[in-house]
Write a protein that binds this ligand. Sequence first.
Ligand SMILES: [Zn+2]
Length: 246
Amino acid sequence: MGTQRSFPTQRHTIFQNSLMTALLDGIYDGEMTVGELLGHGNFGIGTFDALDGEMIVLDGVCYQVRGDGSAARADLGQRSPFTVMTNFVPHIAATPPPGLRRAELAGFIDDLQPSENYMYAVRITGRFSKVRVRTVTRQSKPYRPMVEATGDDAELCFRDVEGTVAGFRTPVYEKGIGVPGCHAHFIDSARTRGGHVLDFTLNSGAVELCPGTDLSLRLPLTSDFSRAALAPEDLDHQIHTTEIKK
Ligand SMILES: [Zn+2]
């Protein structure tokens, strides 16, 4: 790695639909369909209207993971209030030592990425001895803020499973636009179960990174979004509670 450049070698766009702060404020209905989102990338994560499960897009196929952890192909007409997409190009790839937990693998990826000042799409494919996930559940109107809506999420643990963790590493300066740090979703290789990743242990597998240098941010043209409170004083607490919750 001594000869690795300290910045990405070419420009690459990450597309984002709406803002993390909008989701935190209960803006759970979007205007973009799965079909439109797939026009912005073959890889991504997000959620569905009414917070109806976790979204994971791999190889151009969009999956919906429901509250019970079951996954199924999403319809092209379904809508999303928050999504991050890109056309994944594995510019950087490595095989981590076996048996790393999520925090340990994060250190491995820190060393792998040329600089922490860019965005990265991350794909981890392999066999996991354990994957702990949670999944948001469908909300009804009037929508509660996300700190309340995620209070009754189901937490699941899959053991000895093959699959893919897909997500994005977002620099701290993007806090509020996205989720600072790593936000990742999991789906098994049969594409039948998954969720929002809390922790895992990777037995064996590959890590691939796609550096992002450009952000294409699309704000919803909806009255809900126009009235949302997007600068809460307790933003750190809200992000921690909804996304990282142990
Ligand atoms: Zn998530």
